[in-house]
Design a protein around this ligand. Structure first.
Ligand code: ADP
Ligand code: MG
Length: 321
């Protein structure tokens, strides 16, 4: 088994392709050049075995997801990802696990030209923390607090897939094996909507990534913006597999881990965003509008109130059903 420093050299020290990494892994801190006329957006997220993923999850998927959730947060700010740091807590330095983890992590990092510039390695119950930094032109960051009355509400991709994948994996739902595997892939290997985030920059009034469930995450936007929303539950975009579930609308409203982008936009700016999403071949659906009355009102396609108890969103410190 490799020692701490061999482990870092073996699995995590790679030559950076970025010219702005003056000093990467190997010293007490990394030294990085922030481009002129850019601000830094910084985020950190932890994945804990048994809480965010089953300990037996494919390590390549864990490596992918640990980075993906952070890139998703940068995307939701309209930031372009650049540098990441990785803090790994491992029960033991198992070479096969580390190799697969690094493979999943670096495959995604390379896809977005992101460099791993440092981290920390400790022994303990399996837990992975990634800190990510990205660039945004001054004043162009997309916040949760910018939604205005009259804005349209949009979401990228489809909702409920990852949650259905988790339910299938845990034996709480039955699906065709191929459908189950497709939903599992959405759970294990989410696609951070990095390019979509750049389309939102300077155009969307507010944005958030959907990690804890659409309704719960939309509520964060509404609270931060001091507004309310009317959502059409029949407009929520779902895959064919989710559409086949009797409670497809509840899944789309409440299931977490899809890492799609939810955003609001003034009506006269929506066209530019939709054209950008079209260029990315990314589905983008209008699901509602911002209103002055606080809170979240759910209606169906006929305009009738839609009543469901499932829209609270995940909270680590509360009893979740
Ligand atoms: P220090 O004792 O100064 O915190 P460490 O011994 O923890 O330094 O780490 C040595 C070097 O390796 C540092 O540059 C650190 O950023 C990097 N590093 C440690 N663990 C990781 C990791 N899991 N991934 C990437 N870099 C790491
Ligand atoms: Mg250290």
């Amino acid at each position: 088994m490799p020692g701490e420093f061999d482990l870092i050299d073996l699995y995590f020290r790679r030559r950076s392709a970025r010219g702005d990494v003056i000093l990467g892994i190997g010293d007490d801190a990394a030294v990085l050049t922030v481009p002129a006329a850019r601000q830094l957006a910084v985020t950190v997220d932890t994945l804990v075995a048994g809480v965010h993923f089953p300990a037996a999850t494919d390590p390549a998927a864990i490596g992918h997801k640990a980075l993906a959730v952070n890139l998703s947060d940068l995307a939701a700010m309209g930031a372009e990802p650049a540098w990441v740091a990785l803090s790994l807590t491992l029960p033991q330095p198992e070479p096969r696990w580390l190799e697969a983890f690094a493979e999943g992590f670096f495959a995604l990092a390379e896809q977005y030209g992101v460099s791993l510039v440092g981290g920390d390695t400790t022994r303990g119950p399996l837990s992975i923390t990634v800190q990510a930094s990205g660039f945004v032109p001054p004043g162009m960051d997309v916040r949760r607090s910018g939604a205005h009355v009259g804005d349209a509400i949009y979401v990228t991709g489809t909702l409920g897939d990852a949650g259905l994948g988790l339910a299938w994996q845990q034996g709480r739902r039955t699906l065709e094996a191929s459908d189950g595997a497709a939903m599992r892939a959405r759970l294990d290997c989410p696609t951070p909507r990095v390019e979509a985030g750049l389309v939102l920059r300077g155009r969307a009034s507010a944005a958030i990534d959907v990690s804890d469930g659409l309704a719960g995450d939309l509520r964060h936007v509404l609270r931060a913006s001091g507004v309310g929303a009317v959502l059409d539950v029949d407009a929520l975009p779902v895959s064919a597999v989710v559409a086949g579930q009797a409670d497809a609308r509840e899944l789309a409203l409440s299931a977490g881990d899809d890492y799609e982008l939810l955003f609001t936009v003034a009506p006269d700016r929506a066209g530019a965003i939709l054209a950008g999403m079209d260029e990315l071949a990314l589905r983008c659906t209008c699901i509602g509008r911002i209103v002055s009355e606080p809170g979240l009102q759910l209606t169906d396609a006929a305009g009738q109130p839609f009543v469901t108890p499932v829209t609270a969103g995940y909270d680590h410190f509360r009893e979740n059903d």
